[in-house]
Write a protein that binds this ligand. Structure first.
Ligand code: BGC
Length: 745
């Protein structure tokens, strides 16, 4: 029924990539030579990716016949090598397999969840995390990871916000690229490099109501302005592979979207890497209601340019027939196989297909653990610190360590790290006990046994422990299993009886330090009010304990800033800093309890806010305190106006006016005051994480050109418009004094 012509539905040229660099370099020549020898069946075999997970032994025949191109989730090195020997030595053409795995924020040594890494605002942290992951995973034969996830997510109900870098396309692009660099190393062909995968293409984070796999409806302008930039950045950074998303966009599931996968990815961005489906996402075009059966799903995916079918069996079962029936042109298959072989050549798999067995372990190296600890330190965001409750000072002689996350090694690693080993995790309780040994009394009493625990039976014991202590350290949050794929929540408050427990602890009158360990922004306004200090650590991995302990006891100074807005109440979602102003920006806010009983309806003076939440978040994007204070000077501009091609220098003196040497994330925002389309009130355009010694001042400088001011206009062109702009150099997205400049002709 569907013919190739259908692929031109968006006016794109489906075959434009078919003559992709033939013979341009030796890799392309090798690909051509190999391709010319392949039977149709062998080509389709390369496009088939199946899971190992205990099934690998049964795959030997299929591998020998050239029916499998890649295996995911096989971790036993001996099995990997055995299967690779069959592929290389016993299949007709000897094409090696690629072994793949979700190595998202660590393989064995787990770094903070990506949302936490983004809170570090330090690309080096992300690069280190990915490098350690690559070293460890490649040692068991994994040469392809399905990361980074660079979906913009502005909905904390969505469980996968944990895997993202948050709400902003600029921050996400920078952190995503750092991860790609870390995974792929200096050259992909190094045995310790693993191919990165920019996922999920595209706009998965926009899933309606934050419910996983849900539909999205996104105007092309918004797609281009918000969701696509991190993916374009990933292409530019050399991401070896891309993955389709599960969602449909405007009615077209990504795995069947010629617009996304051919027009944008191939034709516009000239991407020559491999595009893999998500797990079963080709087959899922049936329940989407986009394809009648698996055969049609295979047809649509192949025409849309999905090179490899992960676990749908659509290609292996139907592509041959579809080609015979002329529903899919074999040239499309050739193109996909080229992309797959190109990756295998780039990874050096033809030259080095096997992994040395018996090599010294690459797991948990001291240097890896140290980097994981530094990452966890930099990922923690200090949200509140009344009366300098933190760091704990020498007057503290006893601490009560309470809460369900204080000693939960499997939870502190966070979501989607299947290979983590809790016995290697150091929990906050263990680290605090070590830190306090012979100096400070540690009284441990969890109160609740896990985050959703609804039994209040243990709370009294925690309160009794608190009464004996100078300070209460309450480790609250979510278990790892409450965020991540399909772990969406409609209520994002602290689960179980944690808030009740906090109230009881507060009633002791002792200072309370609230440490949140969670996979998403939680709505915690009451909890923040009750606590004297709040440290938001996300799930920060293997070394969460030592990192948090160092922060609490002042051996390290917090420097994280929120990569995502923290709402007060879930009904504010979506809430993000780069919002539009509306024609009636919030002012004269009257909250629900301030409305007089019996007050008459009026329409005078109405502005844009919620009666029960006002207009502000609990904490804005970019926010985070330190133990020291930073004072920002005026925003200094090198010129009052610039022309296209000019460079505007924007500078600010940032003074460490407190008493700790510390890092500060200095942020650059702009606003295009009047646009041919309404523009956001602020847009992040740069940031620098700088170390400033106590008492010192540093001039922090950024540059802006007209390219940085450009946006996608109604003619679907990315252009800067002449006019007035404001620029801020600020500690977060809601503060700072801006300076104005003009873009002129
Ligand atoms: C997820 C992907 C992941 C894949 C393979 C899917 O369920 O959406 O992000 O890479 O599984 O494990």
């Amino acid at each position: 029924m569907n013919t190739l012509k259908k692929a031109t539905v968006y006016g794109l040229t489906v075959f434009s990539l078919l003559a992709c660099k033939p013979g341009q370099d030796s890799t392309e020549q090798k690909i051509d030579a190999l391709l010319s020898k392949m039977t149709l069946k062998e080509k389709i075999g390369q496009m088939n990716q199946l899971t190992g997970l205990g099934l690998a032994e049964d795959m030997q025949g299929a591998i020998r016949n050239g029916e499998i191109g890649s295996i995911l989730n096989e971790l036993d090195l001996a099995t990997t090598n055995k299967l690779q020997h069959i592929a290389v030595e016993e299949s007709r053409l000897g094409i090696p397999l690629i072994f793949a795995r979700d190595v998202i924020h660590g393989f064995k040594t787990i770094f903070p969840i990506p949302l936490g890494q983004a809170a570090s605002w330090n690309p080096q942290v992300a690069e280190n995390g990915a490098r350690v992951a690559a070293l460890e995973a490649s040692s068991v034969g994994i040469r392809w990871t399905f990361a980074p996830m660079i979906d913009i997510s502005r909905d904390p109900r969505w469980g996968r916000i944990a895997e993202s870098c948050g709400e902003d396309p600029y921050l996400t692009s920078i952190m995503g690229n750092a991860m790609i660099k870390g995974f792929q190393g200096d050259t992909l062909s190094s045995p310790t490099s693993i191919a990165a995968c920019a996922k999920h293409f595209a706009a998965y984070g926009a899933s309606e109501s934050g419910k996983d796999y849900n539909t999205t409806w996104i105007p092309e302008l918004q797609l281009r302005e918000l969701y696509l930039p991190p993916f374009k950045a990933a292409v530019d950074a050399g991401a070896a592979t891309f993955m389709c998303s599960f969602n449909d966009i405007n009615g077209v599931p990504s795995s069947g979207s010629t617009f996304l996968n051919r027009q944008i990815l191939r034709d516009e961005w000239k991407y020559d890497g491999l595009l893999v489906s998500d797990w079963g996402s080709i087959q899922q075009m049936i329940p989407h209601g986009f394809c009648a059966d698996l055969k049609e799903a295979g047809e649509k995916a192949a025409i849309a340019g999905v090179d490899m079918d992960m676990m749908s069996y659509a290609y292996i079962n139907h592509l041959e027939e579809l080609i015979k029936e002329k529903k899919v042109d074999e040239k499309l298959i050739d193109e996909s196989v080229r992309n797959i072989l190109r990756l295998k050549f780039r990874l050096g798999l033809f030259d080095n297909p096997y992994i040395k067995e018996g090599a010294p372990s690459a797991f948990y190296l001291d240097s890896s653990l140290q980097q994981a600890k530094e990452a966890a330190i930099e990922s923690a965001v200090l949200l509140k610190n009344n009366l300098q409750t933190l760091p704990l000072n020498s007057s503290v002689k006893s601490v009560a360590v309470v809460g369900p996350l204080a000693d939960a090694p499997a939870d502190q690693v966070g979501t989607w790290c299947f290979d983590a080993e809790p016995e290697h995790c150091v929990t906050p309780l263990t680290a605090i006990q070590q830190e306090c040994e012979n100096k400070i009394r540690v009284i441990a009493e969890p109160g609740l046994t896990y985050s959703r625990d609804k039994s209040e039976a243990g709370i009294d014991k925690a309160v009794a422990a608190a009464r004996q202590a100078d300070v209460i350290l309450f480790f609250a949050g979510e278990e790892a299993v409450l965020s991540g794929e399909a772990r969406c929540r409609a209520d994002i408050s602290l689960p179980g009886k944690q808030t009740e427990m906090l109230r009881a602890l507060k009633a002791t009158g002792k200072p309370v330090v609230l440490v949140i360990m969670a996979g998403r922004p939680l709505t915690i306004p009451e909890e923040v009010d009750m606590a004297d200090a709040v440290l938001y650590t996300f799930h920060s991995g293997t070394m969460a304990g030592p990192a948090i302990s160092d922060l609490l006891f002042g051996k390290a100074v917090p420097s994280g800033k929120l990569p995502v807005t923290l709402p007060r109440i879930v009904g504010q979602v979506p809430i993000y800093y780069a919002h539009k102003n509306t024609g009636r920006p919030a002012s004269n806010i009257t909250l629900i309890d301030d409305i007089e009983v019996g007050a008459k309806q009026t329409s005078i003076g109405f502005t844009s806010y919620h009666l029960d939440a006002g207009d502000s978040p609990l904490f804005p994007f970019g926010y985070g305190l330190s133990y020291t204070t930073f004072t920002y000077g005026d925003c200094q501009l090198s010129a009052g106006d610039i022309k296209p091609g000019d460079v505007l220098t924007v500078a600010c003196d940032v003074t460490n006016s407190g008493s700790y040497d510390a890092q500060e994330v200095v942020q650059l925002y702009i606003r295009d005051k009047v646009g041919s389309l309404v523009r956001p009130v602020k847009e992040l355009k740069g940031f620098k994480k700088v170390m400033i010694k106590a008492g010192e001042t540093q001039k922090v400088e950024f540059t802006l050109t007209s390219d940085d001011l450009a946006y996608w206009n109604a003619d679907m062109q990315q252009r800067a418009e002449i006019g007035d702009f404001t620029v801020w150099i600020a500690p977060d997205s809601q503060s700072g004094v801006g300076a104005d400049f003009k873009l002129t002709n």
